[in-house]
Design a protein. Structure first.
Ligand SMILES: [Mg+2]
Length: 189
């Protein structure tokens, strides 16, 4: 393969990731570095990573739906989710396991076809249920010790893109990805 990924899955983790068709992600500490920016006039800002965004868009085009479960509620998350065409989004989910049930209530995805990336202990109840769990490199120790895969990149710094790339490789979709997005196998002269 012409690209080398920043981290490798164990064979068992790769087997699990191969089945995944829905990727759910936490926001603070996963899609962002966990920083919460408050302005004097009440506005809240977050910094998203453009490569994570591109990865989630590419995933959708190649058969991996992406959604959000987050404990906080903010306009910027609704906007980012809309930009990426997400329909499975739960904000204000203090009990994330119940939010997972809500997102899966249409029966389209069994739990073994769902992956979740979180960074802190509130995410553990969801991680214990889904078929594949992952976290950014800078997740809480309790999370890093439990997940199927710890990414080499941090929250808001490409961890989600890293997982999408691993999914492309595990499912054998890397060639399709490169063909559709004009990535030539032979280097330019
Ligand atoms: Mg978090």
């Amino acid at each position: 393969m012409p690209i080398s990924l920043p981290s490798a899955l164990s064979p068992q983790a790769e087997e699990r990731l191969r089945r995944v068709r829905l990727l759910l992600v936490d926001v603070d500490g996963v899609l962002t570095d966990g920083g919460l920016y408050y302005g004097n006039s009440g506005e809240e800002m977050k910094r998203f990573d453009v490569k994570d965004g591109a990865g989630m868009w590419i995933a959708g085009k190649l058969g991996l739906e992406v959604g959000i479960i987050t404990g906080k509620t903010s306009e910027v998350v609704a906007r980012r989710a809309a930009e990426l065409g997400m329909t499975r989004v739960v904000q204000g989910a203090m009990e994330k396991s119940a939010a997972l049930d809500g997102l899966l209530s249409d029966g389209k995805y069994p739990l073994n076809e769902v992956a979740f990336m979180g960074d802190d202990v509130l995410d553990l109840p969801v991680m214990r249920r889904v078929g594949f769990s992952a976290c950014p490199a800078d997740a809480h120790e309790a999370v890093r010790g439990l997940v199927h895969h710890v990414c080499s990149k941090g929250g808001g710094r490409g961890a989600v893109r890293e997982l999408v790339d691993l999914w492309l490789q595990a499912t054998g979709k890397l060639p399709e990805f490169m063909k559709r997005f004009g990535w030539e196998e032979t280097p330019h002269a």
